[in-house]
Design a binder for this molecule. Structure first.
Ligand SMILES: C[S@@+](CC[C@H](N)C(=O)[O-])C[C@H]1O[C@@H](n2cnc3c(N)ncnc32)[C@H](O)[C@@H]1O
Length: 244
């Protein structure tokens, strides 16, 4: 596909991720290149991904799937369902287009997060970004994340109840969170910490979102078998939530 045909193909779709598919050809994502860059740096920038297996749950257009491959991951599996199936998003088509145009070859599997662990062997690094609050029943899915993670889980979420010290989350029965009825929950950091500990992670680090501050949180949760190199990789402003 030449550049003109690629630009035309990109223009036929809605994009959530801004992804540079070829030099100067960037998908027009709702998440701007600045937000994508800041999230990628905060989440992946400190880890050596060389040879690691990566599972991207809720991959949508594949921005973080392709970022993991570009950063040297060995095997990367992208999974999604909601936006891949939705006729107004046609997310799987966008994912396939992004892969074809970039020349990168991740694996892809149609899988809803509620179907996990779905017989998957554990992956070294699991990405669970922007998915938690879309699930009406997220707690069994967090438990399943413990089963599919061999070393480290990176979780990103909208947050609420930030003044509450006890583990808590706010329920949004309608579309009160940014007019989107698929947003169900606003957890606070103590809630995410304790769900992750109960799911079999033994260490959790936290930092506010690099662009949106405390309204969204980034979590790195380590399984007991995680390598020392991964465990010690994250610099400030990542902070310890649980005993090392
Ligand atoms: C906000 S997007 C996040 C995409 C990407 N992981 C990121 O962080 O940029 C939410 C993702 O969750 C997925 N998802 C899974 N279950 C969902 C549900 N019940 N409702 C809405 N989205 C859901 C969507 O398909 C989509 O890929």
């Amino acid at each position: 596909m030449d550049d003109e045909a690629l630009r035309a193909a990109i223009a036929r779709h809605f994009w959530f991720h801004s992804i540079e598919l070829r030099p100067g050809i960037v998908t027009p994502g709702l998440k701007t290149p600045e937000i994508m860059h800041a999230e990628e740096e905060a989440l992946l920038g400190s880890f050596d991904l060389s040879g690691l297996s990566v599972l991207d749950i809720g991959a949508w257009n594949g921005g973080f799937t392709l970022a993991a491959l570009r950063r040297g991951a060995g095997r990367v599996l992208a999974t999604d369902s909601f936006t891949w199936d939705a006729p107004h998003f046609r997310g799987r088509e966008t994912f396939d287009l992004a892969c074809a145009a970039s020349g990168l070859r991740p694996e892809a599997r149609h899988l809803d997060p509620t179907e996990l662990p779905a017989g998957l062997d554990p992956f070294d690094l699991v990405l669970f970004l922007g998915v938690f609050y879309h699930l009406r029943d997220p707690i069994p899915v967090v438990d399943a994340l413990g089963q599919v993670t061999r070393q480290v889980l990176l979780l990103e979420t909208h947050q609420d109840a930030l003044e509450e010290k006890r583990p808590a989350m706010i329920f949004y029965p309608g579309d009160e969170l940014v007019g989107d009825a698929t947003n169900w929950w606003g957890p606070n950091p103590p809630l995410i910490l304790h769900l992750l500990l109960q799911a079999g992670f033994d260490r959790v680090l936290y930092r506010p979102h690099p662009v949106f501050g405390r309204s969204r949180g980034l979590y790195a949760a380590f399984r007991p078998r995680a390598s020392p190199a991964l465990r010690e990789a994250l610099p400030a402003p990542w902070t310890e939530m649980s005993p090392a």
